[in-house]
Design a protein around this ligand. Structure first.
Ligand code: NAP
Length: 246
């Protein structure tokens, strides 16, 4: 986004990470203006709190693009994951996009009144399209965020706001916790695939759109996929617990 001339505002929970990222950006792109808000989406629970902690701080900005990307996943059988893990996944993956969109949309619509376009991207997940055993809460929360984005894309199309649900595929990030052996996308390739479809689609799988193995995966019977995924997720959680990673 910076390369394309956007000024940047980061909303994130770690002041240290925000400062580091903004320093990297301004070092490389000195003309870019930056802004930040510190917010932990696992600790904000009402729209009113989103408004006072985030919306009120951003009301003077001209928001051209809102990228609702924060997410968290914990894998394991529903009965085994902790209450805190369930709450965190619902708060960050489902409540955060809908509450952020609710408090920031009025600011974005001011652009529409001036005849300017804007965009909202909600990062969902390929797992939001299937009730996958072993990641039920994550899948359900991502399905919620995907429905939100797709619905908004219809409501807002006549107000010059493009909304996209990005059903991202497996990507090499912190979330994959060093997972090896799988076919993982680079974050750069994943984002490029998403941006290609922004303004053209309501939902995209990004670069996986034309990927044969993912089409095959989507075409397989749900029962088979769910059992296979559950086995894989269960094994992954057991390994992570053994390694002290989760
Ligand atoms: N990686 C994949 O294979 C994959 C596949 C499908 C969808 N996705 C989705 O892609 C999005 C980006 O994830 P990623 O892969 O880049 O993983 P990541 O590196 O773990 O990034 C997740 C981001 O969400 C932030 N976050 C988590 N909990 C938060 C909270 N309580 N408050 C504020 N921010 C919080 C994290 O902040 P901190 O840095 O402070 O932890 C981090 O910036 C997520 O929505 C994820 O569900 C990822």
């Amino acid at each position: 986004m910076v390369e394309q001339g956007f000024n940047i505002c980061i909303i994130a929970r770690s002041e240290e990470k925000i400062a580091q990222r903004l320093e990297e950006i301004t070092k490389e792109f000195p003309k870019v203006r930056t802004f930040s808000v510190v917010a932990d989406f696992d600790k904000i629970h009402t729209i009113e709190d989103y408004k006072t902690q985030i919306g009120d701080q951003l009301r003077f900005l001209d928001i051209a693009m809102l990228f609702l990307n924060a997410g968290v996943s914990h894998v394991g059988a529903f009965a085994d994951i902790t209450n805190q893990e369930v709450q965190e996944m619902v708060s960050v993956n489902a409540l955060q996009p809908i509450y952020c969109a609710k408090v920031l949309l009025p600011i974005m619509l001011k652009r529409a009144n001036r005849g300017q376009r804007s965009a909202i991207v909600v990062t969902s997940s390929g797992l939001g399209g299937r009730p996958v055993a072993g990641t039920i809460t994550y899948s359900a929360a991502k399905a919620f965020s995907s429905f939100l984005a797709q619905g908004l894309s219809y409501e807002l199309e006549e107000q010059n706001v493009d909304v996209l649900s990005w059903e991202c595929g497996p990507t090499q990030t912190k979330m994959m916790r060093g997972r090896k052996g799988a076919k993982l996308l680079s974050p750069e390739a994943a984002v490029k695939g998403m941006l290609r479809d922004l303004g053209k689609e309501r939902l995209t799988y990004g670069v996986l759109k034309n990927d044969r193995s993912s089409s095959l995966f989507m075409a397989m019977p749900s029962g088979f996929i769910n059992r296979m995924m559950f086995k894989a997720m269960k094994g992954a959680r057991e390994r992570r617990i053994k390694e002290g990673l989760q």
